[in-house]
Design a protein. Structure first.
Length: 75
């Protein structure tokens, strides 16, 4: 995995974790949703720099290699 691809995968994982944290308490989620703007911007920029925008198959293969638990296989 190239450095820019790794950065994109890591940014996505951070966004996913931040989103899970925000949505963990549905009652407070509307209050914290604006906090996702920065991780979204980071992930978008990293995807563009790595040339992965619009290449979801390659991107999710990278995510699976970084965090196998996100692949849905249960391993």
């Amino acid at each position: 995995m190239r450095k820019d691809e790794l950065a994109a995968a890591q940014a996505y994982v951070r966004l996913l974790e931040a989103t899970r944290a925000v949505l963990s308490d549905p009652q407070d989620a509307p209050l914290y949703l604006p906090l996702l703007a920065s991780p979204i911007e980071e992930a978008d920029g990293a995807l563009r720099r790595a040339g992965l925008s619009g290449n979801e198959t390659r991107f999710f293969d990278l995510i699976s290699s970084l965090r196998p638990s996100l692949s849905g296989s249960g391993h």
